[in-house]
Design a protein around this ligand. Structure first.
Ligand code: AMP
Length: 556
């Protein structure tokens, strides 16, 4: 490994055919190397090929299409050059942000459009001219029909999370949009799963597509996977730091390697952890060899406990006393998971591999299990009560140790003089409190609640769309059904409900399960823990411009 790793990584992106402006942006973002789907897809896309990509969230698929797209389109045309269709408002915003981030140096104009947001605001921006529109199908179609979205100049069309869009009932809308886009265009379809409906769309609307599959990584021998305790926690990004802190406190690793995706994330996490009192050092491709050697020396000498690293920087390191590997994000490929956890559990020693996955990244865990043929247990994060109990246990152990060690005679006078005034147990309690505060500094501060997450749409994905008007128990495991007093007669579509709910209550699209739309009302499954909040905020809200009745579904 050399001090010029970051330049080498940039060479790898350059080797895919990306131009200098994009390369500069990637280096600013701290991306050290392309992910497998980027390696496979980008060169074909730059050649103008259509593409069918089988890849879940977390593989880097957004950059895989956004980077070449930015290079292919002409920026500054009067009408949009690219349209990206996505299933949810949340994803529309995320993808638009990603396109904006990658296209910063190119001056690209991006607009997310989705239901639940006012038309007039979207209209203003559309009139001004945008290069890339990221839209939910329902709202895109509304704009097309009103003549406010012109697709005549479209060069690239992307269907992102196509399986999800079909699950949400957007098939007809997608067909209607596809009928309006120019024949001569480049089309990309991404899906986490492949089924007859996706294949049908691909056959009909993609022109001799290249197929890229990230799922089928079963070629690596399972003999290489070390014996390691593997556990994953589902946690959203805003809670990741607190979650990591909690897990580290309970696991108390002797020496841990924590992996992040980018150089910038490594630096930020290192700083945040040091601010919380951990002893951590960064290790990434932007550092010189001497700097990295120094970090490794500190880890070996025990003067740091955590090394926060990118894959590139950690490659080839041999740290024999490593007890834990932590994936702060799910790695972008199952193979890199195997490489990462291969650093612990060597030579018969016990090792632990911990993964913090966003709920949406849950399918990636399944990919990894398929490759390793080992189970990754999805565990609940330690609660505040667990943490307190653990901390008290630490204090108990140190008090016990101090008694066993003896040599306590010089404190006897203190106890005896206090015992005139207080009970012996009270004196002991006071002393333990002091010891506790001293052994676990700041222990009572870091106790924010971290919401328990459900695997992403696991109960819904792959099933047929629920039958309309289905009756049954109001509660399904993990989801609560909510009644919304507007349905087909009010021309409500799933996207409208998702848009209104995520917009009004601030929950994310993946906390929404199945949606059933009947003539006069709709039933929406909402994650248990946020259902009440959704009901409250939807009561004050409007759906398609009208106030509607919203309540917990009592099994109508
Ligand atoms: P996606 O699968 O598109 O949702 O991307 C997952 C995450 O990986 C996003 O946060 C991206 O910013 C990040 N990412 C994408 N490509 C790379 C890369 N080559 N190196 C590091 N991070 C990346």
């Amino acid at each position: 490994m050399s001090p010029t790793d970051s330049a080498a990584a940039n060479d790898e992106f350059a080797g895919l055919g990306l131009g200098p402006a994009l390369l500069g942006t990637l280096s600013d973002l701290g991306y050290e190397e392309p992910t497998p789907i980027q390696r496979q897809a980008i060169p074909h896309l730059l050649e103008g090929r259509d593409l069918l990509g089988l890849a879940a969230t977390g593989t880097g698929k957004t950059a895989a299409f956004a980077l070449p797209l930015l290079q292919i389109i002409r920026i500054g045309e009067p009408t949009p050059s690219a349209l990206i269709l996505v299933p949810t408002r949340e994803l529309a915003v995320q993808v638009a942000q990603a396109v904006h981030r990658y296209g910063r140096k190119l001056g690209v104009d991006v607009l997310p459009i989705y239901g639940g947001q006012s038309f007039s605001q979207q209209l203003r921006v559309l009139k001004r001219g945008v290069d890339v529109v990221v839209a939910t199908p329902g709202r895109a179609l509304d704009h097309l029909r009103r003549g406010t979205l012109a697709l005549g100049g479209l060069k690239v069309l992307v269907l992102d999370e196509a399986d999800e869009m079909l699950d949400m009932g957007f098939a007809e809308d997608i067909e209607a949009i596809l009928a309006e886009v120019p024949e001569r265009r480049q089309s990309l379809l991404f899906s986490a799963t492949l089924g007859p409906r996706i294949e049908g769309i691909a056959r009909q609307h993609l022109n001799d597509p290249v197929e890229v599959r990230i799922e089928a990584e079963t070629d690596e021998g399972d003999g290489d996977v070390p014996l390691v305790r593997q556990v994953a926690y589902l946690v959203r990004r805003p809670h990741k730091l607190a979650a990591l802190g909690r897990v580290l406190d309970l696991e108390a690793p002797e020496a841990a390697l924590v992996f992040c995706r980018t150089r910038n994330e490594v630096d930020e996490l290192t700083e945040a952890l040091n601010g919380r009192g951990y002893r951590s050092e960064a290790l990434h491709g932007g550092m010189s060899q001497e700097e990295r050697d120094r970090v490794m020396k500190k880890l070996r000498a025990g003067s740091v406990d955590l090394v926060i690293a990118t894959d590139v920087a950690a490659r080839g390191l041999d740290i024999s006393h490593l007890t834990h590997v932590v994936n702060y994000d799910v790695p972008s490929a199952a193979k890199s998971y195997v490489h990462r956890i291969g650093r612990v559990g060597r030579a018969g020693r016990e090792g632990v591999a911990i993964t913090l996955a966003e709920p949406r990244e849950h399918p990636m865990l399944r990919n990894i299990e398929r490759l390793t043929k080992q189970k990754i247990a999805v565990a609940s994060l330690p609660t505040v009560a667990d943490l307190r109990a653990h901390r008290l246990e630490l204090t108990r152990a140190s008090v016990r140790e101090s008694i066993v060690e003896g040599d306590l005679g010089r404190f006897r006078a203190v106890v005896e003089s206090l015992s005139d005034e207080f009970d012996l147990v009270d004196i002991a309690l006071g002393a333990v409190k002091l010891a506790h505060e001293a052994t676990v500094p700041g222990s009572e501060g870091d106790e924010e609640e971290i919401p328990e997450e459900q695997p992403f749409r696991e109960k819904v994905r792959g099933e047929k769309a629920p039958k309309k008007g289905k009756r049954g128990a109001a509660r399904k495991g993990g989801f609560t059904r909510i009644f919304i007093g507007a349905g087909r007669s009010a021309r409500i579509r799933p996207g409208d409900l998702v848009g209104a709910i995520t917009g009004e209550s601030g929950i994310s699209g993946d906390q929404i399960g199945a949606i059933q739309i009947s003539e006069r009302f709709s039933i929406v499954e909402i994650s248990d823990e946020v259902a009440e909040r959704v009901v409250q905020s939807m009561r004050a809200a409007k759906v398609k411009g009208k106030k509607v009745k919203v309540d917990m579904d009592r099994g109508r």
